[in-house]
Design a protein around this ligand. Structure first.
Ligand SMILES: C[S@@+](CC[C@H](N)C(=O)[O-])C[C@H]1O[C@@H](n2cnc3c(N)ncnc32)[C@H](O)[C@@H]1O
Length: 217
């Protein structure tokens, strides 16, 4: 079923769904929402990682990891030094449980948000985030924090649903979502000090209308 149609079916409970997307919480957030996110966002998460050089020495941070799929897929692609941050205490508790079984990987998971990342300057070679830009309270500050934690020569990769597609999602995205046009995200990333910024439009059956923004520190 097309995502836009599915979202429209959720119109009667749109506010509750939007709250869970913005911050999974409680029993539902921990046990249902985390799994829904991992399933529904898989194609975009894969595209956000595709083509990047990943290996055992890559220090990777996922900002707003939700169900943790990007960290898990990175691990399956050979990354051993994984970190994640999410403001949802329930998402962090869920993934700490799962990550305890990720043998051979060094994993650090923290409660926190993009506007104040609990990590040292230049701590990562790759900073990734998917489906979180809509919830950032301040685009400039967010990109500034992402830039701060990337090491020189490191990379940023941001997967998100484009503004036009978000608008077609009906009532759900009317509650607390910010619709950023590509040009606004690109220029905020540039002003934060990222170089070689590219925004790729995705055209998969699920990802049509989605984007991946990449930049270099
Ligand atoms: C729609 S979910 C996406 C989860 C996952 N990245 C994915 O693509 O499946 C949004 C996630 O962003 C997190 N989030 C919300 N506000 C945030 C912020 N200001 N900084 C970082 N993460 C945030 C939420 O807690 C939630 O886990």
């Amino acid at each position: 079923m097309k995502a836009a149609l599915l979202f429209r079916l959720l119109d009667p409970v749109s506010e509750a769904v939007a709250r869970q997307l913005a911050r999974p919480r409680g029993w539902f957030g921990r046990t249902v929402m985390t799994r829904v996110l991992n399933r529904g966002n898989r194609d975009l998460v894969e595209a956000t990682l595709d083509g990047l050089p990943l290996g055992p020495e890559t220090r990777l941070l996922d900002v707003g990891f939700g169900g943790g799929l990007l960290l898990d897929l990175s691990r399956r692609r050979g990354v051993r030094r994984l970190a994640g941050v999410d403001p949802s205490v329930d998402a962090v508790a869920f993934l700490r449980g799962r990550a305890a079984r990720w043998r051979g990987a060094e994993v650090r998971l923290e409660v926190g948000a993009v506007e104040r990342l609990p990590f040292a300057d230049r701590a990562f070679d790759l900073v990734a985030t998917t489906n979180t830009v809509y919830f950032w309270p301040d685009l400039e500050r967010a990109f500034g924090e992402l830039r701060r934690v990337v090491a020189p020569g490191g990379r940023l990769t941001v997967g998100y649903t484009g503004a036009a597609k978000l608008r077609a999602f009906g009532q759900v995205t009317r509650h607390g979502f910010s619709f950023h046009e590509d040009a606004a995200s690109r220029s905020a990333a540039e002003r934060a000090g990222f170089a070689a910024i590219e925004v790729a439009e995705l055209h998969g059956p699920v990802t049509e209308g989605d984007r991946v923004l990449r930049g270099r520190a």
